[in-house]
Each structure stands twice: as C-alpha cells, then as structure tokens.
Design a protein around this ligand. Structure first.
Ligand code: SF4
Length: 312
C-alpha cells in the first residue's frame, strides 16, 4: 500500500514548465515513488496558462503579494491560483504529504522571490502552495531542494508516515482508548522533537473524554504535527535512547551495559549516526522483548530500506 502524496507535476518529469521543460527529481522519482503514490498537479496548467507560457512572478502591491506576469501587459493570476488550490480540496484531503517545486511563484513553499520596487526579496510563498498550506495546516509539506538535507528529508518522511497512521486510525473510528494508544506508540518520537510538545500532547490525551473526543482529536492532530515539524535534535535523541536503555537495565550484563552506554555517548559526540545505537537497542530487545518498546515507532518510524537514520 503506497501512501498518497501530492507533488508539483514538473518534479515527476511532466513537461509542464513555462518553457515546455520539466524538473524531474531522481530521488523522488526513483526512491520515494516506491513508497509514495504521487498525485501530480500543475496549478499553472490547471488555470489554463498552457505551454509554453509567459513567466509569472510575485510582486508586492501595497500591503499584498500578488502573482503577475513579468512583462508590461502583466496578467494578475493571484485569485485564480488561490481559487484553484481551494477547488482541489476533495482529492487533497486524502494526502499525507505534499512536495512542492522550490522557487515557483505558484508552487514554492517558502523563500520565493517577491519583487518590491523591482528588487527581489526571498520571503514569499507560491500562491497555490500557500493556499494549500492554509487549507491543510497539519499537512507535511516540503520542497524538492530541501529534501537533499538528510535531517529535513527524514523529518518530512517521518511526518508523512505518522499522518498516514493517523488517517488509518480515523478511518477505523477514533475512540478515547485508541487516541491514548496512538500517543503512547509515538511518544518517544515526539520526545525527540520536543519534550515540552510531548508533555502538552500527553496532558491533552489525559483529559480527553467521550464527549470531547472529536474536538480533542482535531486539537491533537494540529499540535502533534506542529511538534513534529521541529527538527529532532541530537541531545533529544540521546535522552530518548537513554530512556529506552532504562527498559533493559535488568536484562543486560555489565559488559553489554557498558557497550550500549559507550555507543550512545559516541552518538552524542557525533562520532556515530543514529542507526548505530538504534540497531544495538533493537538487538537487545529482540533477546529481551518489552511490550511498550515493541509498540513504539521510535526505532522503526519508516521503512528501513530508506536508510533515513543512517545519516542522522
Ligand atoms: S512549479 Fe508548479 S506551476 Fe510550475 S511547472 Fe511545476 S507544477 Fe507547474
């Protein structure tokens, strides 16, 4: 079962750019397409600009950022792009993530050039992307350029998998018990992103009743996705690894304990990637299983074949 993820069409190699070209991305098309079912969409084609077409750009007009043609007879397509995004809600609501094309005045997620008095300032978002993000504030979004950074890539893919699991739970029917169980299975991941965020979510879950469930589940989703957006830090991972190590204290002999502590220390000192302490912990839990750790997604947040923990 592949996970549905929206994407700017040109990143899949579709020839929809203003000049009839594409921006095929090998990692997306080659690796991620094994796991994600991409739903391509080109907003500029959708509003009828066609190929080839004149270029458009973001321009500051009074207090507003508008999307306009670059030449003298400039068309203003701001409202069309925004409306186009809102018209896509029915298929977008099934998505567990969205990969946008960077720098585009329609699709760029952030740092898109906005022209102010003819001078470019990298501070805008593409109109289609901005409206989509406003319509689905919990949706994991990224740009293809940022996916080259191992930490941002892992963060995005982790969020996609977590939202996927959330939607599966909602489709089964959410209950107070299931929400608590979901939180418990993701607690260690949340701790690696933010101790405070994790505590806040824990308090929210502790106060949920049957009557408040629908509203609290919505609050939980928004707060969880916002917590997960913070990049997990090495010190936070060290805390989580030591916390997990605590579940083994009765099962390891002195040598094994020393080896595990040393591996965690070397990870803390940036001598080893996260996959090394995680692999050693998995090895020990195979011999001494623990229900809470077995249910936690921390050591298996996404398919191992993606090797996302190897570069953290
Ligand atoms: S960046 Fe967006 S609008 Fe531009 S060609 Fe790609 S999909 Fe179309």
């Amino acid at each position: 079962m592949k996970i549905p993820v929206g994407i700017s069409s040109c990143l899949l190699g579709e020839k929809v750019r203003y000049d009839g070209g594409h921006k095929n991305d090998a990692y997306i098309n080659g690796t991620l397409s094994e796991y994600f079912e991409f739903k391509p969409f080109c907003p500029e084609m959708a509003i009828g600009l066609g190929v080839p077409r004149k270029t458009i750009r973001l321009v500051q007009v009074d207090e507003e950022v508008r999307c306009m043609g670059s030449d003298a007879d400039a068309v203003d397509v701001t409202d069309k792009l925004s409306q186009c995004a809102s018209e896509q809600k029915s298929w977008q609501q099934q998505l567990c993530g969205y990969i946008f094309k960077k720098d585009s005045p329609s699709c760029g997620m952030e740092r898109v050039k906005v022209f102010i008095n003819g001078q470019p300032h990298k501070k805008g978002s593409g109109i289609y992307a901005r409206t989509t993000m406003e319509n689905f504030p919990w949706l994991p979004v990224e740009e293809e350029g940022r996916l080259g950074d191992p930490r941002l890539r892992e963060n995005f893919i982790q969020r996609v998998y977590i939202l996927y699991r959330w939607y599966q739970l909602m489709a089964e029917g959410m209950t107070v018990h299931k929400l608590g169980h979901f939180h418990s299975r993701h607690k260690l991941i949340l701790m690696s992103h933010s101790q405070t965020g994790c505590q806040t979510l824990g308090q929210l879950v502790a106060g949920v009743t049957k009557d408040s469930l629908a509203e609290d589940a919505d609050r939980y989703l928004l707060s969880m996705m916002s917590t997960l957006k913070k990049i997990a830090t090495r010190p936070n991972h060290v805390n989580v690894l030591q916390h997990i190590q605590g579940y083994l204290k009765k099962n390891l002999d002195t040598d094994d304990k020393a080896e595990l502590s040393e591996v965690i220390r070397r990870y803390a000192d940036e001598e080893l990637p996260l996959i090394v302490p995680v692999t050693l912990l998995r090895h020990h839990f195979r011999k001494s299983p623990d229900e809470y750790i077995a249910n936690s997604y921390y050591m298996a947040p996404h398919p191992q074949e993606l090797k996302l923990l190897n570069l953290l």
